[in-house]
Write a protein that binds this ligand. Structure first.
Ligand code: ZN
Length: 70
């Protein structure tokens, strides 16, 4: 398997337990907290949140790089 996936960890908003899901989870897979059982939304939702955060991170890194060039 590839190692180029963005590694993002999610924690339960209620109790702080690290959320986990199967590697082969489908987008519709409901992720719930192993600690308190709270629902954290679907895998698809978590993944799109991670994508957004990664994109913002990259955009910021680019913006910072260009600032240095000026
Ligand atoms: Zn929890």
């Amino acid at each position: 398997m590839s190692n180029d996936q963005i590694s993002v960890s999610f924690k339960c908003k209620k109790c702080g337990t690290q959320l986990s899901w199967p590697d082969d989870a489908a987008d519709s897979f409901e992720v719930s907290c192993a600690g308190c059982g709270a629902s954290a939304g679907t895998y698809g939702e978590l993944r799109s949140t991670a994508m957004k955060e990664a994109k913002q991170h990259i955009e910021k890194a680019f913006a910072d790089a260009f600032k240095k060039l000026r």
